[in-house]
Write a protein that binds this ligand. Structure first.
Ligand code: GLA
Length: 391
C-alpha cells in the first residue's frame, strides 16, 4: 500500500491539511496448526502475514469519532459518550474499533475526537483474522496517540476482550496474539494457557506457503463456534470424576482411554479427542520444523485437517474438497483448513516449482466439484502490529 496515497485519500475525506495523521499497520494471520485448541488452554502455531489493515488516524478538537474505510462504501461518525462507554452499533464493522476504544475508556483513558481511515486487504470472514487485525491496529494506534504505554500483551488482551464482550464472538487469544506478536519469517509457538511463546524460524527450504480461499459464505460460524466451546466445557465437567481438570489442554494421549470411560456422549467424546490429538500434533510440528523435517510437518497438517473434519466437525464440503484435492497434487506436503472453519481458507505447503500447477489444477477441480472459484494467496511472513509512519 502506497502511504502517500493513503494520506491523500485521508485529506480528501477529512480536509484540514495542517493536522498531519499518523499511520499504523496490523497484519492478518495464518494458523499453521493447532486449531480450536486456544480456548482449551492448548498450543497453537500461527504466523503473521503481509496482508493486513492500515489505519490513518489523528486527533481532532470535535467531540466526534469519524470512521471511514476503503473496503466498503460506509462512512460513520459516533459522538464521544459524555460519560461511560460506547454502545454496540448493530451489525456495523465499526464495532471492532469501538470495542477497543471502550477498553481504553475502561482503563481510565480520556478519548479525544478522532478521524480514522481504515484500509485492508485481508479477505473478510476467510479465517485470516481480519477482525483481530482491525482491533489490534486500533489498539496500537490509541496506545500511541493517547500515550498509554501499554505493552503488547495488554493490547492483545484488550482486543480479545473487545471481541468477546462488545462484538459478541467468544474467541480465544490466538488471533490477537499472532497479529500483535508476529515476527518476520517466524511462526509463533504459543502455549495459550501460560501465554509463554517462542518464535520459530519458518524455513521452508524450496517450498511455499499457499493460502486458498473457498469463498464459501460462512453463515453460522459464530453460533457453531460458541457451541464447540460449550461442548469442550462439558467434556471438562464430565472428566472431573476422572481427575481434577481446568481445561482439555491439560490432557495428553495417555488420557485418551479415559474419554471412553467418563464421557458417554459420543459427540462430546470426539471433541475432546480432537483437542488432545491436535495438541500433540502442534508439539510435534514445532519440533519437526526446527529439525527441518518438512515432510512430517506436512503430514501433521493433513492429519489436523482430518481430525477437524471427523472429530471436531468444523470443515464442510468446500474445505474438505479444497484440502483433499490439494494433497493429491504433485509437490504438496500437506494441506489443512485454517482458522475457525465452516468455510474460509486452507493453508498448504507446496514445492515452489509446483505452485503454478497447484493453483491452476486445484482451482479447476475445486470449481468442477463446488461451482465456486477459489482465490489463492502466497503470503510473506511479516511483523506484528506497529506504527509505520512516521516510523
Ligand atoms: C478463530 C478464533 C481463534 C481460534 C480459531 C480456531 O480464529 O478467533 O481464537 O479459536 O478460530 O483455532
Amino acid at each position: 500500500m502506497d502511504i502517500s496515497n493513503l494520506n491523500k485519500i485521508f485529506f480528501e475525506k477529512y480536509n484540514n491539511r495542517n493536522e498531519k495523521p499518523v499511520i499504523f499497520f496490523s497484519p492478518g494471520r495464518v494458523n499453521l496448526i493447532g486449531e480450536h485448541t486456544d480456548y482449551n488452554g492448548g498450543f497453537v502455531f500461527p504466523c503473521a502475514i503481509n496482508y493486513g489493515t492500515y489505519l490513518v488516524i489523528r486527533k481532532t478538537e470535535d467531540p466526534i469519532i469519524r470512521f471511514s474505510t476503503l473496503n466498503f462504501n460506509e462512512d460513520s461518525s459516533v459522538a464521544l459518550p459524555a460519560e461511560g462507554l460506547f454502545v454496540n452499533t448493530g451489525q456495523k464493522w465499526i464495532n471492532y474499533p469501538l470495542g477497543v476504544m471502550n477498553e481504553f475508556i475502561a482503563r481510565g483513558a480520556v478519548l479525544p475526537g478522532m478521524d480514522l481511515l481504515f484500509s485492508g486487504d485481508i479477505p473478510n470472514g476467510a479465517g485470516l483474522s481480519s477482525s483481530a487485525s482491525i482491533e489490534m491496529v486500533t489498539a496500537v494506534a490509541l496506545n500511541e496517540l493517547l500515550d498509554q504505554q501499554l505493552d503488547m500483551l495488554e493490547l492483545v488482551k484488550m482486543s480479545q476482550r473487545a471481541e468477546n464482550h462488545f462484538v459478541g464472538m467468544n474467541c480465544g487469544i490466538m488471533d490477537q496474539f499472532a497479529v500483535g506478536f508476529g515476527s518476520k519469517d517466524h511462526a509463533i509457538a504459543l502455549d495459550c494457557d501460560t501465554l509463554e511463546y517462542k518464535n520459530v524460524p519458518l524455513i521452508l527450504g524450496g517450498h511455499s506457503l499457499i493460502i486458498a480461499n473457498t469463498n464459501k459464505r460462512r453463515g453460522l460460524t459464530d453460533s457453531k463456534y460458541n457451541e464447540r466451546r460449550a461442548e469442550c466445557e462439558s467434556a471438562v465437567e464430565l472428566l472431573q470424576t476422572y481427575r481434577p481438570l481446568r481445561n482439555l489442554g491439560e490432557l495428553d494421549s495417555n488420557d485418551i482411554p479415559a474419554l471412553g470411560k467418563f464421557i458417554d456422549d459420543a459427540v462430546i467424546r470426539k471433541r475432546a479427542h480432537h483437542v488432545i490429538t491436535e495438541n500433540a500434533r502442534v508439539k510435534e510440528a514445532v519440533k519437526v520444523l526446527m529439525d527441518n523435517d518438512l515432510r512430517r510437518f506436512g503430514e501433521l497438517m493433513t492429519e489436523s485437517h482430518d481430525s477437524l473434519r471427523d472429530d471436531y466437525e468444523v470443515t464442510g464440503f468446500e474445505l474438505d474438497t479444497l484440502a483433499g484435492e490439494a494433497i493429491k497434487l504433485p509437490g504438496v506436503l500437506g494441506s489443512r483448513m485454517t482458522g475457525a472453519g465452516f468455510g474460509g481458507c486452507t493453508v498448504s505447503i507446496v514445492e515452489s516449482g509446483s505452485v503454478d500447477q497447484f493453483i491452476s489444477e486445484l482451482g479447476r477441480v475445486y470449481f468442477e466439484k463446488t461451482g465456486l472459484k477459489a482465490d489463492f494467496y502466497r503470503p510473506l511472513i511479516g511483523d506484528g502490529a506497529r506504527m509505520i509512519y512516521p516510523g
